[in-house]
Each structure stands twice: as C-alpha cells, then as structure tokens.
Design a protein around this ligand. Structure first.
Ligand SMILES: C[S@@+](CC[C@H](N)C(=O)[O-])C[C@H]1O[C@@H](n2cnc3c(N)ncnc32)[C@H](O)[C@@H]1O
Length: 257
C-alpha cells in the first residue's frame, strides 16, 4: 500500500466524525444465503452519538470524498449529514475538512451500503443522495437503485423520504426512472441534461453549483449530467421494471466512444 494511503488511514483513526466499524460488528456468520445483519450501537442514536443536536438526517451514499455531504452541511445547518463509502482514503478528505472546520452536523461512515439496515433505525433518514454511483450495467442487484436497494432505503427512511440521483450515466438514469414508474413512486424532478434545461422546477439549489470529483471529470469529457428525484413511499415489495439493458449499454458505449 502507498505511503499516502497509509498516512490517510492513520489520520482517519483520529477523526471523531468518522465511524469505521469492522464488518464483524454487523455481520452474523451464517450458512444460509443472504446477508445476516446485527444492529450496531449507533443505530437509532446518530443524533446523540455523532451530532451536537437532533435534526433530520440526510445520507450521501457512495460519497467518495464527501463533496455533497460537506457542501450541503455548510448550507443547511438545520440538517445532519452522513457520507457513506467503503473507501477510507476517499472519506479522509471529507472527514478532514469537517474536523478542521469544526462542522457539527457532518459524519462519515465507512461501510458497505448493503449493510445500511444495521446502522440506521426505521424512519431515521429523511433524504438520500446518490452521486455518480457505478451504474453496474451487468448486475441489476448490485445497482444502487434496484428494487433490492430501494427496499433497504425504505426500511430506514421516514415517510415522504426523497431519493436524489445525480449521474452521468444515461443507463442508470433511465433504469431508475423505470423502477420509479413501475412502482408508482412520485417523481419530483427529472432531467437528462441539467446544465441545459429550460425549466429547473424541482431542482435543489445545490444541483448546479456543487460538483463532485467525478462530476468534474465527466463534465470535462463533455458528458451531460442527469438528475432524478422521487419519493420512496410505497407499501409491499418493489417490483423489477421492464428495461432494455442491452439498448442502454450500447447507447453508453457509443456516447463515450
Ligand atoms: C464513481 S465513485 C463516485 C464518488 C463521489 N460520489 C463522486 O461523485 O465523486 C463511486 C463511489 O461509490 C463507492 N461505492 C460503490 N459501491 C459501494 C458499496 N456497495 N458500498 C459502499 N461504497 C460503495 C465507491 O467506493 C466510490 O467511492
């Protein structure tokens, strides 16, 4: 491992805002298929353990360096923000900024998004941001907006909870729209090119002004940036949508050359 990564990992241990549980703390060994999770002590207790005051909690999943987590937290002191990612060297940047600037409404969690229900109680989350998630074009159940993941989000979200998806991937945008439509979820805003959109109705203020590390790369490549937001209220199981992955995979391939 590189010297820089080791230095960041060592510094991560000193950040109060960064929680880095081992998988063994939430995973129960089992011969049965599927994930067997046990509750982490922070579940249901984020506001008292990690923040200075109770406020609605917003997650950024796959936050990387935590660009949205930090920018939103600075702008909205009335919310608590948690960036979740599995990569410690990326989280280091956001956690260092939050520490050095004494941000009291920011935390980071180093874990797999698959383990969400071990860390958050039902109703504990009010919004989720997915920023430039890997589209996982070949594996639907690894896709962060598949019915499998939406059910995980629903189980930790308050009623009326909103999911925001910002991505360069038309594949992921169209897939997620298809999931939302198939499940009659209320779509708040949808755009296939946010910087060239005549109507910005339903766009959060920060959508155009906060650009993540990956977004800047994709903009330099000339790719349009898409956005979709929807309410996650729904009873019963989420159904899988009719969606043509081959068509949209080809579309992405041609567009990226
Ligand atoms: C393409 S990067 C985007 C990072 C950041 N949101 C940005 O826009 O700059 C995707 C991030 O998601 C994280 N990630 C992907 N799958 C994950 C999972 N299942 N659990 C936790 N993190 C995950 C990766 O570690 C990576 O940092």
């Amino acid at each position: 491992m590189g010297h820089d990564k080791l230095r960041k990992f060592a510094e991560n241990e000193t950040f109060r805002c960064l929680l880095q549980p081992r998988s063994g703390e939430v995973l129960v060994p089992s011969q049965e298929p599927g994930l067997h999770l046990k509750d982490h002590p922070v579940k249901g207790n984020w506001c008292s353990r990690m923040f200075d005051a109770p406020r609605p909690v917003v997650l950024e999943l796959g936050c990387g360096k935590g660009d949205y987590t930090i920018a939103l937290a600075l702008k909205h002191p009335e919310f608590n923000y948690i960036g979740v990612d599995i990569k410690g060297a990326r989280l280091w940047k956001g956690a260092k900024y939050a520490t050095e600037n004494s941000l009291r409404n920011v935390a980071f969690l180093r874990t797999r998004i698959e383990f969400l229900e071990a860390f958050f109680a039902p109703g504990e989350i009010s919004q989720i941001w997915l920023t430039f998630s890997d589209p996982q074009m070949k594996s639907e159940n690894s896709r962060l907006t598949s019915p499998l993941f939406l059910e995980r989000y629903r189980s930790v979200m308050a009623r009326g909870g909103v999911v925001h998806l910002k991505t360069d991937s038309r594949f992921l945008h169209e897939y997620t729209r298809a999931v939302a439509e198939a499940n009659h979820l209320d779509i708040i805003a949808s755009s296939i090119d946010i910087y060239n959109e005549a109507s910005r109705e339903g766009f959060p203020d920060e959508l155009l002004t906060v650009q993540t590390f990956y977004e800047k790369m994709f903009l330099q490549m000339g790719l349009p940036i898409t956005y979709l937001s929807f309410v996650i209220d729904h009873e019963g199981r989420y159904i899988y949508p009719e969606f043509d992955p081959v068509f949209w995979r080809e579309f992405e391939k041609e567009r990226r050359g």
